[in-house]
Design a protein around this ligand. Sequence first.
Ligand code: ADP
Ligand code: MG
Ligand code: ZN
Length: 401
Amino acid sequence: MNNQVLYRKHRPKSFEEVVGQGHVVLPITNAIRMDKIAHAYLFSGPRGTGKTTIARLIAKAANCANLSKISEGNFVDKLSVRRPVRQSFSVGGSLGEGGLSIPCNSCDPCVQFNEGKSFDVIEIDAASNTGVDDMRELREAVRFVPAGGNKKTYIIDEVHMLSKGAFNALLKTLEEPPEHAIFVLATTELEKVPATIVSRTQHYEFRRPSMTDIVRRLKTVAELEKVALESQAAQTIAFVAEGSLRDAESILGKILAVENKKITEEEINETLGIPRRILLREMVTAAAAKDRKRLLELASELTAGGYDYSYAVKMLIQYFRNMLLLKIDPSFVELARQEMPEEDIAFIREQGGRFSDLRVKNALASLIDAMANFKKSPIPQLPLELALLEIVEEGKGNEQP
Ligand SMILES: Nc1ncnc2c1ncn2[C@@H]1O[C@H](COP(=O)(O)OP(=O)(O)O)[C@@H](O)[C@H]1O
Ligand SMILES: [Mg+2]
Ligand SMILES: [Zn+2]
């Protein structure tokens, strides 16, 4: 199986499946339900967070024949998206069935849309249609009333890539939009979109989903693919994906290509070159003991194992950050649990007593420096080595009893 296939295959088919963007989903589904869809939306935010997904859902919902059946009570119940964590989450068949989802996914227009046969959604990639002529053409084209009086949705992706002339042409369209047209502009670089355009749209900023959101989504996709995904494995993928759901699903796809029954943390570590946790824990222990020789030995174990240094540093940052949080207040354990297994939490609690707060803060600062220095370093492991030595040294003068 191809890793690209996975995130396309499971692109959310209704709003209930979208995670982490409740502040977008709620007002938009409300507008849909009340038949008050705006003429122009602007979605900005990091890649892989659901901009295109929600744009397509708007296009589909705009022509769904069953929306009138959604009563308010059911509507609120269905929107489990808004309730964070702990919601038991049904996946697969139940989402699309029953005619209650938004959009319904069972009427003719919805089915056509899902089969990729709808003429009512037009996707334009502004990165390859940057010119004024492209936007003039669009301006002409949108005037035509679609057959059957349907709504037509124009999704303009990477809209910040348009030329000045093209923006002006687009602005004219947005100033006098035909009744049947909906525009959804999407961008990863909001600051490059002219204020005149922004002010003509309903603007939503997409957020990076939390680790919990990503883990929840990964579990949904794994369930749809009928594979068992260990919790810690899901957390590791979420950690690597850095807030992109698309990246998270791509990674899962990569792993599924080689393993398709049960996915463990070790498997993910091996595929992605992530060092084993035990190695990182040994580093923390050696740092606490100020054992510089051992630290350098452990660093060279990373090299020998072919592991990715930046993952090692990011994981050390996780350890020290959670250590600091737990030292400040034990209730932060809930946050730590979203990122690391119980045995690691017990470990940082125990090691926390060996580091002063100041030393932990200095360690974090050194590790962040190391992250920034990997690219410029002539010796790949050097930034990590320096950071490890600094964690030992900085403690010396500052150590509290
Ligand atoms: N908020 C989200 N909830 C659920 N899945 C998502 C979300 N954002 C992204 N995805 C997954 O990642 C894929 C790509 O997302 P997409 O909407 O194209 O991202 P963007 O347009 O913001 O770059 C989707 O097909 C879906 O599988
Ligand atoms: Mg997109
Ligand atoms: Zn429908």
